[in-house]
Design a binder for this molecule. Structure first.
Ligand code: ITT
Length: 187
């Protein structure tokens, strides 16, 4: 059975599709931009989103909500990452970080899967790292050029291939938990 992934973001789809293919799971991309509730909690946002799209589709599907949480900025931009990326972008975040010695941050991801008439299941993943001093790399999307994961030999996510990012990204960790559950329960 092919799994439906609803996301407006082609990069997210490519990352998730690579993980799923490796596990022998087929993913279909529904490129929709759905409305997201406002909340400080990624899991709550993902849960509400998947219930909405699942009801509209009338089919099992999943969504993924992610955000960058910068410790010196008390977790900003967090669940507001999309808006902040579109408004101040990477140069704006680098400016906000000026003067902070603590450059630690983490990406978090929440994958929510739902079947019509059932409660959603939510799976989370996170990766710790540091904010780069300046943007580096041309791969990936969003904040990838300014985030240096702890496990990546000092490279930003934008300096990695999709397969490398998938070795330890927030999204890969959440998706792997989801796929483990899905294969065990539905496979
Ligand atoms: P959806 O249609 O799936 O919601 P989106 O791009 O709006 O796509 P999110 O709301 O989950 O996705 O993500 C918020 C923003 O956080 C996203 O637009 C990026 O700027 C940033 N972001 C999320 N995951 C990222 C990642 O793996 N690398 C870099 N930036 C990321």
């Amino acid at each position: 059975m092919a799994l439906i992934f609803v996301t407006s973001n082609q990069h997210k789809f490519s990352e998730v599709n690579e993980l799923a293919r490796r596990r022998g799971v087929e993913i279909v991309h529904y490129k929709w931009r759905y409305t997201e509730i406002q909340s400080d909690d990624l899991e709550e946002i993902a849960r509400a989103s998947v219930m909405e799209v699942c009801t509209k589709l009338g089919k099992p599907c999943f969504v993924e909500d992610a955000g960058l949480f910068v410790n010196a900025l008390n977790g900003f931009p967090g669940p507001y990452s999309n808006y902040v990326f579109r408004t101040i972008g990477n140069p704006g975040i680098i400016k906000l970080m000026a003067g902070f010695n603590d450059r630690s941050a983490e990406f978090r991801s929440a994958v929510a899967y739902c079947e019509p008439g059932k409660e959603p299941m939510v799976f989370v993943g996170r990766v710790k790292g540091k904010m780069a001093e300046k943007a580096r790399g041309t791969g990936g999307f969003g904040f990838d050029p300014i985030f240096v994961p702890c496990e990546g030999n000092g490279r930003t996510f934008a300096e990695m291939t999709v397969s490398e990012k998938n070795l330890f990204s927030h999204r890969a960790r959440a998706v792997d938990k989801f796929l483990n559950w899905f294969i065990e329960v539905k496979g």
